[in-house]
Design a protein around this ligand. Sequence first.
Ligand SMILES: Nc1ncnc2c1ncn2[C@@H]1O[C@H](COP(=O)(O)OP(=O)(O)OP(=O)(O)O)[C@@H](O)[C@H]1O
Length: 517
Amino acid sequence: MTFDWEYAASLLWYAPLWKASLVVVALSVLAWTIAACLGFFLALAKLSSLPLLKLPVAAYVWFFRSLPLLVLLIFVYNLPLVMPWTSDYLSNPFVAGLLALVLSETAYMAEIHRGGLLSVHSGQREAGKALGISYFGIQRLIVVPQAIRISLPTLSNQFITIVKLTSLVSVISLAEILLVGQRLYTQNFKVLETMLMVSLFYVLIVTLFDNALKFGERHLDVSRRKTHRNAINSEQLASLLVHQPARKETGQDTSGEEHVEAVIEARGINKRFGEMQVLKDVSLSVKRGETVSIIGPSGSGKTTFIRTLNGLEVPDSGRITLNGEVFFSREPNEPKKEQRLPRLAQVEKVGMVFQQFNLFPHRTALQNVLLGPRYHRRGSAKQLELEALEMLDKVGLLVHAHKYPHQLSGGQQQRVAIARALAMRPAVMLFDEPTSALDPELVGEVLKTIEDLAHEGMTLIIVTHEMQFARRISDKIVFMEAGSVLHAASPHETFENCNEPRVRQFLQEFKAHEPTR
Ligand SMILES: Nc1ncnc2c1ncn2[C@@H]1O[C@H](COP(=O)(O)OP(=O)(O)OP(=O)(O)O)[C@@H](O)[C@H]1O
């Protein structure tokens, strides 16, 4: 018996095979799209801290991943036997096949999305929170685009798996490629020739969609992007700004707040992580235009303290006011049942610059700066863009406006992060060790930017290990140790005249190592 090449080639023009290919494509695309969407919501639910959400999802994923698709297909197709009202839909093999595929694939997709969501660094969510963006806004604008980009290769791979799994739907008599082939070879016994062409049709579909999805992956991969748009220069920006209406200073002084001396005031802040009391009755008052540096040994609670000032950490007790308005308040013995989070509208007024920059990697420098003001609808699109460019100009990065974070140096990234916080027009700027993650040669440019802000009269609270810098620009130095404020005084009193032996010892140890900046 010889291989019948002529018969095999004739199947290329065999209309039922092309029709069956369309069925496979429709079934795969629908199953993949529906399962990818449902799986995303299941992944969010599984990552939630609410047992009522995560436990049923965990059970669903466990059950449908354990069940062979073939068993599920037969079960769904025969469901009308016990539930006759389903026969209107499930007696159609396409609908029954689609339902079985969606039920099974959603469980896999949920796990793929969960992996993608988990791989988005927590600093990304914190940067969104610090801009006063709501939970859903953070998901939509920051987490989901990054998670999808991470999980897209696995999602694409799952599409290929689905295309191949559609061949199982032949057991419920859906005229897909395999069933058409089977019908042919049971009549002519040319099994190998028919199966060769059946394989060819599958390979064709997979190749087509694989390339389309790879194109999508490449499109979403910002690391491959080049900066095509020309950046404008400072002169061009100045001429554009001339025609702009006067800016509304949203975060800073608002009418009626002139009398408030302290921009931000914290009283009796306590915070515990498990058994460890990290903040012990910490108080700090910062006046408008003041620069306060918080120094102290590692682990003394400096970062935790400034994170309470913009709601990234919720204190166990204490009171924080911002421009005279209560931002957070809880009495020491108040039960913790009720979750008391600072209001987003107030968080907006506190700018935060993180040690690790936390720029959004899928957005250009300009888009990073624009995100907060755009989200809060602080003006028209054109006006906001000009203001964002102005902020980038202020930190010396106007020419880099259309670059992605990975195309910038560490120092430049940190300056974009400063511009991003400034674009919200905050009443106070918090800096959490802004130069600790930088190479020594890049530290100077960031310190210079902060120093310029101090000279302009911006209210600043800086956690830093840069002693010379703190001494030069601060109005007040706060020394923290073991969760308490041990000393708070002017730089002169702190560096020249301090009576506190622990502070003197700490500064002496630093003097021996710190470079002059
Ligand atoms: N989320 C957390 N869960 C548990 N413990 C934490 C958490 N965050 C901080 N801590 C602990 O709280 C203490 C204070 O940490 P914090 O980061 O505020 O100190 P720091 O003074 O800023 O230190 P460094 O100068 O090294 O950054 C440390 O012992 C730290 O391990």
